[in-house]
Design a protein around this ligand. Structure first.
Ligand code: TXA
Ligand code: MG
Length: 363
């Protein structure tokens, strides 16, 4: 398939004739049942008409995604949530007032009677994931298409979520009808998912909106015990959190300092990296910007500065592209510092731990 790649760099571009025609073209593709990759504020999404069964199937094929892993339905009017759920509960209202449009996905029950969103989109579940993104291009596309748009992250299954148009092109060129390239996204981590179908609201995937922020609006909010790493808990409730997640081609180990031994975290990482390098492995270190100078002058070990520890927005924004870069650079062994920052540390470490297959070296 020939993929049409359209560059639409910023909100102002939407106001131009060319920008408007890109959105018209993309909306038409969605209405015909085709696939359009588009930017959101979190990561790029791979969109199709959420109520078109054949179109939803195409998403799974293009990504190589297991068909029991449900898609998020993207909306651009609150009334669309009511169409899906049958009514807006007080919890939905409170959350949408506080966080929509934005990086929050709500899991809700479908309306009684004939469900609107087909099983092909919900992975066979009776519940649906709904998100109202804030990115102007995402909104323009949903509105122009006149549909709700089902969209997973626009990566091949098993690769990190795409945070630039270039990442999407690498993974999906030739597999989808259109890619709207709008450069780098704002946040860089997928949305927070909150399940509203149980007795107590539960975070199924940590993201930019934290559990504390959700609690301020809802009162008690639980975290899926499997995601919290509690041993012996049931599998994660979000099917996508069960799959072996993205792992870089290299063996990645997170090194954390838990004792008061004299050896510093950085000394240990340097020793581990030099040992790997001497074995002939292409070796890398991932570190916070504040520590980058401590690794200067290491020969044949590549250092990736992921951003400032004091600014976890920056680390969140760079995480997936640094992991992609390690693959591109042919790295075989990676040692990473932990980035358990006060606000986004939970979400960042959730993604990094998966990439490391939970390989942690505690010193
Ligand atoms: O930020 C985001 O959420 C991005 C952008 C494109 O909006 N989308 C995204 O989609 O990350 P995806 O498909 O990569 O992740 C969706 C997650 C999966 O873990 C899936 O299992 C879960 O949402 N999910 C979807 N519907 C669900 C449901 N009814 N119940 C539980 N989990 C659900
Ligand atoms: Mg994904």
């Amino acid at each position: 398939m020939k993929t049409r790649i359209a560059k639409l760099m910023c909100e102002e571009a939407l106001q131009t004739e060319e920008g408007a025609s890109v959105i018209e073209e993309a909306g038409e593709i969605i209405r015909r049942g085709g696939l359009v990759a588009f930017p959101t504020e979190t990561v790029y999404g791979l969109g199709a008409d959420a109520v078109n069964k054949a179109a939803a199937k195409k998403i799974y094929e293009a990504k190589g995604r297991p068909s029991d892993n449900p898609l998020i339905v993207h909306i651009a009017y609150i009334s669309q949530l009511a169409e899906i759920a049958g009514k807006i509960s007080p919890e939905m209202k409170a959350l949408s007032d506080a966080f929509w449009p934005g990086p929050l996905t709500m899991i809700v029950n479908q309306r009684e009677g004939e469900p609107l969103i087909p099983r092909e989109t919900t992975g066979g579940l009776s519940t649906v994931a709904v998100r109202f993104p804030s990115h102007p291009i995402a909104n323009a596309l949903i509105r122009e298409s006149g549909r709700m748009i089902a969209a997973p992250s626009a990566n091949l299954s098993g690769r990190p979520s795409p945070t630039t148009g270039q990442h999407v092109i690498e993974d999906l060129d030739g597999k989808v009808d259109m890619i709207i390239d709008s450069g780098s996204v704002d946040i860089g981590l997928e949305s927070t998912i909150i399940d509203l179908t149980g007795d107590v609201p539960m975070v199924l995937r940590p993201g930019y909106i934290t559990r504390d922020e959700l609690s301020k609006v809802l009162g008690a909010v639980e975290l899926d015990p499997a995601v919290a790493g509690i041993e012996g808990s049931a599998p994660p409730k979000a099917p996508g959190m069960r799959y072996r997640h993205y792992a870089p081609k290299a063996h990645l180990t997170i090194v954390e300092k838990k004792s008061d031994l004299a050896e510093s975290l950085q000394e240990r990482i340097i020793n581990e990296a030099l040992t790997a390098m001497e074995k002939g492995l292409k070796t890398a270190i991932i570190c916070a910007d504040e520590n980058a100078h401590l690794y200067e002058g290491l020969e044949n070990v590549k250092v990736y500065d992921i951003g400032r520890f004091s600014d976890d927005d920056e680390i969140a924004g760079n995480l997936f592209s640094v992991l992609r870069k390690c693959d591109e650079d042919g790295m075989e062994r990676i040692f990473s510092e932990g980035f358990d920052t006060p606000r986004l540390g939970g979400a960042i470490m959730n993604r990094l731990l998966k990439a490391a297959g939970h390989d942690i070296l505690e010193i």
